[in-house]
Design a protein around this ligand. Structure first.
Ligand SMILES: [Fe+2]
Ligand SMILES: [Fe+2]
Length: 280
């Protein structure tokens, strides 16, 4: 069955060559809360290799696509994701310099993605890795919406806040590209993606949870035991709630046969953030 088409306005993607520089970043840079901070730190660790996986899953189709708009969007998507990875790697370097062990977790992520590529291809054919990308891009779009719409960003170190808001804005800009490519290259994509999505969702949260716990364990000397209950409470009932404010219903939309990422009207959040930015 062919192609659910994008029902909304065209977005012209742009590769913004940002080059964020960082001065001292506090240890617990989100609301002085180790739980929220290490949740975010885990995302810094997941993004670079994850985004390289996305790029690889898409450029293998470069020669198969005739539509000039989609061809250009794929190029822009890869450019944006490439720069996201580079920018998050700067934070990984800073975390490593602060004394956090990051390599063991990064190695596990790399290994998992390699296996995901192999197993994805075995289970779903050539489009397997692209389907995994589409599932994960659904998450990045939902997270980006929560980030730009509801997270109390004033509680974060402004340097980290800017990095995540810029990244979130570009995720909303390019949220359709992998999906549109999948529609073009795999006529049986629906059944495959609805089967893979629950597995991808489970693994994503397992890795975020494990990474957060890994950082917290390394920080046990720096935690203030008396404050932990209140900090955990604030992490669970404020931070996580705001981060997931797009809601389960929007996650479930992915399972509708006629779903398209543009059905979630959130591009204006990206436009509002980017307006007036020197790198916009
Ligand atoms: Fe990204
Ligand atoms: Fe993305």
């Amino acid at each position: 069955m062919k192609a659910v088409k994008s029902p909304q306005k065209e977005v012209h993607l742009k590769i913004r060559k940002v080059d964020f520089q960082y001065s001292e970043i506090p240890r617990f840079y989100y609301e002085n809360n180790p739980f929220s901070t290490h949740f975010i730190n885990t995302l810094h660790l997941l993004f670079p290799d994850g985004e390289r996986f996305f790029i690889d899953s898409m450029i293998r189709y470069k020669q198969d696509i005739d539509d000039p708009k989609l061809k250009k969007d794929i190029k822009m998507f890869c450019g944006q994701e490439g720069i996201h990875g580079v920018e998050h790697e700067k934070i990984v370097k800073i975390l490593t310099e602060k004394g956090y062990k990051t390599k063991p977790f990064l190695d596990i992520v790399k290994g998992t993605l390699k296996r995901a590529d192999k197993i994805g291809t075995k289970v779903a054919g050539k489009s397997g890795p692209l389907i995994l990308t589409v599932c994960l891009e659904h998450f990045t779009a939902l997270f980006a919406e929560g980030m730009l719409q509801n997270i109390d960003i004033s509680k974060a170190d402004p340097q980290i806040a800017e990095l995540f808001q810029w990244h979130a804005a570009e995720e909303l800009e390019h949220k359709c590209v992998a999906f549109d490519l999948l529609q073009e290259v795999d006529g049986n994509e629906y059944a495959k993606r609805v089967v893979l999505m629950p597995i991808v969702s489970f693994l994503l949260y397992a890795y975020i949870g494990a990474g957060t716990a890994y950082f917290l364990t390394q920080d046990r000397e720096n935690l203030e035991v008396k404050k932990l209950p209140q900090q955990l409470n604030s992490f669970v009932f404020k931070f996580l709630r705001q981060f997931h404010s797009s809601g389960v219903a929007k996650w479930l939309d992915f399972f509708k046969r006629d779903f398209h990422p543009n059905h979630h009207d959130n591009y204006h959040l990206a436009e509002a953030f980017l307006e007036g930015k020197r790198y916009a």
